[in-house]
Design a protein around this ligand. Structure first.
Ligand code: DHK
Length: 159
């Protein structure tokens, strides 16, 4: 059921997941919880549908593949939700790709990166992201869609 936007305004959003997120469900459950990426995708898409958003989920453990997926998003997706995993803290290439395509994006982290090792506090993406959601668990993906959707339909005007 589409509660907010008519069918014709369906918004395509790419949800990009980086290294080790394929291990969700078994990976450090005390930090990342016990939901698998597939179940998070299913739960998120259910809510996205009510907002008139269609999500396409990709996961890669390889930096170059993530860069390629960001490039390929041009002309296909109006927005990106990205959890770049550890590349968040290291990748100028992913930052440059996101800047290069100019697609609005929300940065998501399942865990509260600011309450963990110091190296996780720095992100190469945060200052160019439209929004940042950390520490909300798997719900972060839904919150990212909820944040992006209205902005993609009616982008805020710059002063
Ligand atoms: C996921 C990872 O794989 C880590 O490398 C990040 C992020 C945090 C998360 O919380 O979703 O530091």
């Amino acid at each position: 059921m589409r509660a907010h936007y008519p069918e014709a305004m369906s918004i395509d959003v790419l949800v990009l997941n980086g290294p080790n997120l394929n291990l969700l469900g078994t990976r450090e459950p005390g930090i990342y919880g016990s939901d698998t990426l597939a179940s998070i995708e299913q739960q998120t898409q259910q809510v996205a549908t009510t907002l008139g958003v269609t999500t396409t989920w990709e996961q890669s453990n390889h930096e170059g593949t993530l860069v390629d997926l960001i490039h390929d998003a041009r002309g296909k997706f109006k927005g990106i939700v990205i959890n770049a995993g550890a590349y968040t803290h290291t990748s100028v290439a992913i930052r440059d790709a996101l800047k290069g395509v100019g697609i609005p994006f929300v940065e998501v982290h399942i865990s509260n990166v600011h309450a963990r090792e110091e190296f996780r506090a720095h992100s190469y993406l945060s200052d160019i992201a439209d929004a940042i959601i950390v520490g909300a668990g798997p719900l972060g993906y839904e919150l990212a869609i909820r944040t992006l959707a209205p902005r993609l339909v009616d982008p805020p005007k710059l002063a």
